[in-house]
Every structure is written in structure tokens, then in C-alpha cells.
Design a protein around this ligand. Structure first.
Ligand SMILES: [Zn+2]
Ligand SMILES: [Zn+2]
Length: 159
């Protein structure tokens, strides 16, 4: 069901004729994934549990991914593990029916890319650090103080 162009697109058309309470689990697993326009992740895996409710479809997602970040202190790239849990209702009525404005389209195709991207971005720290006690760069010579001890550090402490 997954294509490269829309890797997280699923068709939920078959739910229309199923009784309330019916559900399906859909698993996803990608070594690398691009979530347009700006999020590239690796080791993406997860599950969306979709259940039929009186209003529409309840999506309960649980996704894990690895995101490549740059430390704000030492500027080194590092991998950050992200995990997100979310719940959204896609309504069978008009787009104004739910607060979120999510609804099941005529053709039953729902692309989870935008919503997964949104939730994973919420997990991204505003100031990513490679480790909580990252020493950063020396303001004078620019050395990475996690790796080396430069001559300027003693002076900075005295001042
Ligand atoms: Zn760092
Ligand atoms: Zn220095």
C-alpha cells in the first residue's frame, strides 16, 4: 500500500461499511524517510491504530524515528531519538465538524505525512544539545572543548 511518493498514505475507504468499534492496525517501517518539506529522518517505525467511532475514524499513532541534529553549543552533528504518541479524529462530516478540521476525503486516501511531521517536530528540542553537559566551543580559538582543553579556559575562569 505504501509508495515512495506517499509513503505514509493509507486508504481507509473500507471503514465506511464497517460497524462502529471496528479497527485496524497499520505498521510502518522505513530505514529513511523524507517528510515534506523539511524533515528527514531515519529508522522510522511505528503503528497507527484506526478505529471506527460514531463521528468518524480515531487515529492513535505511536511513531519512533531518529533525527540528525546539530548541537547548539559545539555545532557537532548528532542523532536524536524521537518518539511521539498522538490521537486525531478524522470526521466523516464536513471539514468544520471537528476542531482539528481533519476529515475523511471522498476517495478515502489519508496521507499521514503532514501529521507525523507535525508531531515529530514537536518532539524536537528548540536548543538541541549533543549531551546535557556539552562544553561547547572556546570563544577565543573555537576548539571543541568536549575533545580538547585549550589554553584559554584557565584564563576565562580567572576573569
Ligand atoms: Zn555539543
Ligand atoms: Zn581556546
Amino acid at each position: 500500500m505504501a509508495s515512495q511518493r506517499h509513503p505514509l498514505q493509507i486508504n481507509v475507504g473500507f471503514f465506511q461499511n464497517l460497524p462502529i468499534g471496528s479497527y485496524r492496525d497499520i505498521h510502518f517501517d522505513f530505514p529513511a524517510l523524507h517528510l515534506p518539506p523539511d524533515l528527514d529522518i531515519t529508522d522510522f517505525s511505528g503503528l497507527v491504530h484506526i478505529s471506527r467511532t460514531p463521528q468518524g475514524l480515531l487515529f492513535e499513532g505511536n511513531f519512533k524515528a531518529t533525527s540528525s541534529m546539530e548541537c547548539v553549543r559545539c555545532l557537532e552533528p548528532f542523532d536524536l531519538a524521537l518518539e511521539t504518541l498522538f490521537e486525531e479524529v478524522y470526521s466523516y462530516k464536513s471539514p468544520t465538524f471537528t476542531d482539528s478540521g481533519l476529515y475523511v476525503p471522498e476517495d478515502g486516501n489519508i496521507d499521514l505525512c503532514p501529521i507525523v511531521r507535525e508531531y515529530l517536530l514537536l518532539e524536537n528540542p528548540i536548543k538541541p544539545l549533543c549531551k546535557p553537559d556539552c562544553m561547547g566551543l572556546c570563544v577565543i580559538c573555537g576548539e571543541n572543548l568536549n575533545l580538547v582543553k585549550c589554553e584559554h579556559q584557565a584564563r576565562i575562569k580567572i576573569e
